[in-house]
Design a protein around this ligand. Structure first.
Ligand SMILES: *Cc1c(COP(=O)(O)O)cnc(C)c1O
Length: 430
């Protein structure tokens, strides 16, 4: 397909980045199951290693199947380039890597995927990095948290476990004023529901494991660059704006302009951290992206029906879904994610911990798993699983109290899902 920003999302999700295979004419993108690529001659090899010519060297860095996925996700997000990697958590480290150094910090929302909280509060300390967690609804507190060592602000558009919608534009303004990039984890919203770059984000990260692949087959991640950030505006980002010793003194911003972050991610991030996406995973995720809008529409439609049904049921205390008028984020959702508030939400069951455990055990269609964004409906009782190690107060603060379950609504028949919840709630609260 020739580049045409005028094509609609439904067309781009199938065609962006892909063209018939030049060697065979294969219509579907082949899985280039190879580690290395033959150089035309010694000059060609030297030009590739000098980044004077773009091409394939070794699959830790680049692979043609992965490259198609990178271009596709970049296009769907409205970015200039993207780097795929082995998981969503790898994408977060890869996004921070060129920005950070010992003693530097990031500011992150208090409402994040649990694994991200652990990565940011514990693991990044090993690199000498740190994270300040702030309530992103308090924009002044975010501003106040910025200091001379802050190098990025990080949040989720639709926050896992759901129900919270971030005011992306307001936080982007804080990041702009501070001269640091805003990184948005767009995993639970997907580019179909939310376009963080249009709302002012610099970088978008994904766990492609979830909705982009869509059926729970492979783990993967992606970092999309808006190409809009001026890395040379201040001296905070020497890896991008000054000679980079890890690539014999190359100045990435001067050499690659808007693609500086993407080239750095491949030439140094993947080269040295090695968190590479394999071509099989890229294949499954390419299959997933082809139906992204169709699935997201159904996820949202089903979530809306089921959340409404639950909210009106006597056995349920409350439902937190930004698609419901009762949600404090109902109005904000209309501007941040105009096509719907996603497929994730939590609800509280009368009867507390025991009732939740019985509910999870009694469900037949819903699977009890620690995952989301599958075509299948999924449920988890956080207090007895992912948030087990936390105190009751901490569980409450994380929206994972003993009486709360999180659901990831699939694309099955909504009536079947409601019937399943109905019979399981009857057993749970008998
Ligand atoms: C799953 C998830 C991640 C981590 O992704 P992995 O692919 O499991 O490493 C990060 N952020 C969000 C919002 C997620 O749902």
């Amino acid at each position: 397909m020739t580049d045409s920003p005028n094509y609609g999302f439904d067309t781009l999700q199938i065609h962006a980045g892909a063209k018939p295979d030049p060697a065979t004419g294969a219509r579907q993108t082949p899985i280039y199951q190879t580690t290395a690529y033959v150089f035309r001659d010694a000059d060609h090899a030297a030009a590739l290693f000098n980044l004077q010519e773009v091409g394939f060297i070794y699959s830790r860095l680049t692979n043609p199947t992965v490259a198609v996925l990178q271009e596709r996700i970049a296009t769907l997000e409205g970015g200039v380039g993207a780097v795929c990697c082995s998981s969503g958590h790898a994408a977060q480290i890869m996004a921070l890597f060129p920005l950070m150094g010992p003693g530097k910090n990031i500011i992150a929302s208090t409402r994040l995927y649990g694994g991200t909280v652990t990565q940011f509060s514990q693991t990044i300390k090993r690199f000498g990095w740190s994270c300040k967690f702030v309530d992103f609804d308090d924009v002044d507190a975010v501003k106040a948290a910025v200091d001379d060592d802050t190098r990025a602000i990080f949040g989720e558009a639709i926050a896992n476990p759901g129900g919270y919608i971030m005011d992306v534009r307001a936080i982007a303004d804080v990041a702009d004023a501070a001269g640091v990039p805003l990184i948005i984890d767009n995993t639970t919203a997907t580019p179909y529901l939310c376009r963080p770059i249009e709302l002012g984000a610099t970088l978008v990260v994904h766990s492609t494991t979830k909705y982009l692949t869509g059926n729970g087959t492979v783990t993967g991640g992606c970092i999309v660059d808006s190409g809009k950030f001026d890395w040379s505006a201040n001296d905070k980002f020497p890896s991008l704006s000054q000679p980079e010793p890890a690539y014999h003194g190359l100045n990435f911003h001067e050499t690659f302009g808007g693609l500086a972050f993407t080239f750095h991610g491949i030439a140094i991030g993947l080269r040295d951290l090695g968190m590479t996406m394999n071509p099989q995973a890229a294949h499954y995720t390419l299959m997933g992206t082809e139906t992204l809008s169709l699935r997201m529409e159904r996820h949202v439609e089903n979530a809306q029906k089921i959340a409404t049904w639950l909210e009106n049921d006597d056995r349920v205390d409350y439902v937190t879904y930004a698609g419901l008028e009762s949600s404090p984020y109902f109005e904000r959702a209309k501007s941040v994610c105009p096509k719907g508030a996603g497929g994730l939400f939590t609800f509280a069951v009368k009867g507390g911990y025991d009732a939740c455990v019985k509910l999870v055990n009694a469900l037949e269609i819903f699977s009890h798993v620690a995952n989301l964004g599958d075509t299948r409906s999924l449920i988890i009782h956080s207090a007895s699983t992912t948030h087990r190690q936390l105190s009751p107060e901490q569980q409450e603060a994380a929206g994972a109290g003993a009486n709360v379950v999180r659901v990831s609504i699939g694309t099955e028949d909504a009536a079947d899902l409601i019937a399943d919840l109905d019979q399981a709630l009857a057993k749970a609260t008998a």
